[in-house]
Design a protein around this ligand. Structure first.
Ligand code: PMT
Length: 220
C-alpha cells in the first residue's frame, strides 16, 4: 500500500496557463498543459493529503479526490490563491502565470482597420508566488517552479530567494521531453539550504520524487 506520509496536510497546488484577454475573442497565453501541476496534486492526494487544485484553462481531466477551483486570468488566480493559501500547510506553484496583461481590454471584438499594425500596451500582473512568500507564516512551506530557457540554476535560485520560497523546481524548457506539454520532465529541485536533487521521468515520477524531497527536508 502507498505511504500516507502527507496525511493530515492541507496542500494547495496551482496548475496550467492563464489567459490575458485583449478583447472577447483574443488572448495571450502559454503552452502549459497542466500535466505537471496535476501530477503534483494527484501524488499528494495519493500520499494522504487534502488537496486543492487551482487551475487555469486545460484540456486534461482533473485528478480524482482533489478539490478543483477553475480560473482563467492571472488576476483570478491571484484572488483564488489568496483565498486559499492561509489554511494551506504546503503551497506548490506549478502554474505558468502570465506576467503581463493588456492595459485596456476591449469590450467588443477589435476590427481590422487596414492600418498595417496595432499598438497595444501590456502591464504587469501581480506576482502570486511572491505575495504568498510575503504572507507566509511560520511552518508554511512554499514551493515554486521556474521555467527557464537559459542559466537555469542561477535564475531559479534567484527566484527562490526573491520570492521567499523554501524550494524551487528548476525546469529547463529547452531540453527534449521536458517542460511544457510533454508527459515527461527533467528538473533540479533547489532547497533553501542549497541542497540540489535531480529528478527525471514521467511527470508523476517527478512529482513523487518532489514529495520525497519535501519529506526529507521537512520531516513531519
Ligand atoms: O503544464 P505543463 O505542460 O505540464 O508544463 C509544466 C510547466 C513547464 C508549466 C511547469 O513545470 C513549470 O515550470 N511551471 C512554472 C512556469 C513559470 O511560470 O515559471 P516562472 O519562472 O515564470 O515563474 C516562477 C514562479 O513564480 C512559478 O512558481 C510561478 O507559478 C510563479 N509566478 C510567476 C509569475 C506570476 N505573475 N505569478 C506567479 O506566481
Amino acid at each position: 500500500s502507498p505511504k500516507k506520509d502527507l496525511a493530515g496536510k492541507k496542500i494547495l497546488v496551482t496548475a496550467g496557463p492563464t489567459r490575458e484577454f485583449m478583447d472577447p475573442v483574443r488572448f495571450i497565453s502559454n503552452p502549459s498543459s497542466g500535466k505537471m501541476g496535476y501530477a503534483v496534486a494527484k501524488t499528494a492526494w495519493y500520499r494522504g493529503a487534502e488537496v486543492t487544485l487551482i487551475k487555469g484553462p486545460t484540456c486534461i481531466k482533473p485528478p480524482y479526490g482533489v478539490k478543483v477551483v477553475n480560473v482563467t486570468t492571472a488576476e483570478e488566480m491571484y484572488r483564488a490563491v489568496m483565498d486559499e493559501c492561509e489554511k494551506a500547510d504546503i503551497i506548490v506553484k506549478s502554474a505558468a502565470v502570465g506576467d503581463y496583461k493588456f492595459a485596456t481590454v476591449f469590450e467588443q471584438k477589435i476590427k481590422r482597420e487596414g492600418k498595417g499594425s496595432l499598438q497595444v500596451t501590456l502591464e504587469e500582473n501581480p506576482d502570486i508566488a511572491a505575495e504568498v512568500g510575503r504572507r507566509k507564516r511560520d511552518g508554511q512551506i512554499l514551493i515554486g517552479f521556474a521555467a527557464e530557457s537559459h542559466e537555469l540554476l542561477e535564475n531559479a535560485a534567484s527566484k527562490l530567494k526573491k520570492k521567499n520560497m523554501d524550494m524551487i523546481v528548476a525546469n529547463d524548457i529547452t531540453a527534449k521531453g521536458s517542460g511544457f506539454e510533454s508527459d515527461t520532465n527533467s528538473v533540479t529541485v533547489i532547497c533553501k539550504n542549497g541542497r540540489m536533487v535531480k529528478l527525471a521521468g514521467t511527470k508523476e515520477d517527478v512529482a513523487w520524487g518532489l514529495w520525497d524531497v519535501v519529506e526529507s527536508e521537512f520531516p513531519a
